[in-house]
Design a protein around this ligand. Structure first.
Ligand SMILES: [Zn+2]
Ligand SMILES: [Zn+2]
Ligand SMILES: [Zn+2]
Length: 329
């Protein structure tokens, strides 16, 4: 099966909708429109690659070669759009180097494509200060669209980092963005129907600490942890956290140790997908929570749709997250 066909199958089974992939948006039939009206809040996957993207700069591994030959296999850097559809507003979870394309996908989804209109997210939520997660903020600055007080929600340490280090400090000084510190205890209402909570997760914390998020709609919840050191060093139990939600999009950077020959595995700061399959396998088989892997490194063995790694993931009741997937909460 070619990747686009596969995407449609996967996303269809997720949200009961055909995938609205980036290059193939189409008009929604009536029953789908009705479904959307029933649930006002939607999370759309805007990217699924590790910080370096796929294909990665200068890389000619089989995954990167395939992504260059067939753009359907390329992947934007991990990000989510949180939508309140009746309000026609969206919130961007992580500002990636692919932000221009990702904001366009969000505006396209909301039918906001008027020339000259100031089409920006209502706010940006940031997980941490690694290049794939915040450097897209630069496009809100003076050299680009020059937003005015665009709220950027982040941890205290991330806020201090942005305010005190150029070029990000210019965004703060010129009031292109306004920094809002997220509480680790309280829910934040983004709209009356859509709220989020943030929690600290262990990760390589050079410039900032790192957050994971849960998004809440009127009926369902979605957990998003794109980067984490490993499940064992987290003070919370990933099994218990996954049980609490309807959808979980989790760190799937590397499939397993075999894709990293010659690397010191003790220094690899991500849980392998093979480890997560074991840890969360029972929950995936029960099917109450749908579990997806995102933040995929270009070397990830699961990127090959015909490969054994992908087949094993799917056999065990998990999926890879795909750009364009929509989760109605
Ligand atoms: Zn990352
Ligand atoms: Zn590569
Ligand atoms: Zn990171």
């Amino acid at each position: 099966m070619r990747r686009r066909e596969f995407l449609n199958v996967v996303a269809g089974s997720v949200a009961g909708l055909p995938a609205l992939t980036s290059n193939r948006s189409r008009a929604l039939p009536e029953e789908q429109e009705k479904k959307i009206q029933e649930s006002e809040v939607m999370v759309k996957v805007l990217g699924t690659a590790q910080d370096g993207g796929i294909p990665q700069l200068g890389c000619y591994c089989p995954n990167c070669l395939r992504a260059r030959e067939e753009p359907g296999f390329s992947r934007l850097v991990s990000s989510l759009g949180l939508f309140d559809i009746p309000k026609r507003s969206f919130f961007l979870l992580d500002a990636t180097p692919d932000i221009r394309r990702q904001c366009h996908l969000a505006h396209q989804r909301l039918g906001k494509q008027k020339s000259g209109a100031r089409n920006f997210p209502q706010a940006v939520l940031l997980t941490h200060a690694h290049i794939g997660h915040y450097t897209g903020l630069m496009f809100f600055g003076y050299e680009s669209v020059s937003t005015s007080d665009l709220p950027a929600y982040c941890s205290e340490r991330m806020g201090i980092f942005l305010a005190n280090n150029g070029p990000w400090s210019q965004l703060v000084n010129f009031k292109n963005i306004s920094i809002h510190q997220l509480s680790m205890k309280q829910k934040l209402s983004l709209t009356p129907s859509l709220s989020i909570t943030a929690r600290s997760v262990p990760h390589r914390d050079e410039y900032s600490d790192t957050l994971g998020f849960t998004a809440y709609g009127q009926k369902k919840k979605l957990l998003y942890i794109p980067d984490i050191q490993d499940w064992r060093t987290w003070k919370k139990s990933i099994v218990e956290e996954v049980k609490k939600v309807d959808y979980a999009l989790l760190d799937g950077t590397f499939y397993g140790p075999e894709e990293l020959p010659g690397r010191d595995l003790s220094r690899i700061g991500h849980p392998f997908i093979t480890t997560s399959l074991k840890l969360l396998g029972k929950l995936a088989r029960e099917g109450k929570t749908k579990i997806y892997f995102t933040h995929l490194n270009h070397s990830n063995l699961a990127l090959d749709p015909e490969g054994e790694a992908r087949k094993k993931i799917e056999r065990e009741g998990f999926r890879l997250a795909e750009e364009g997937m929509e989760f109605f909460l």
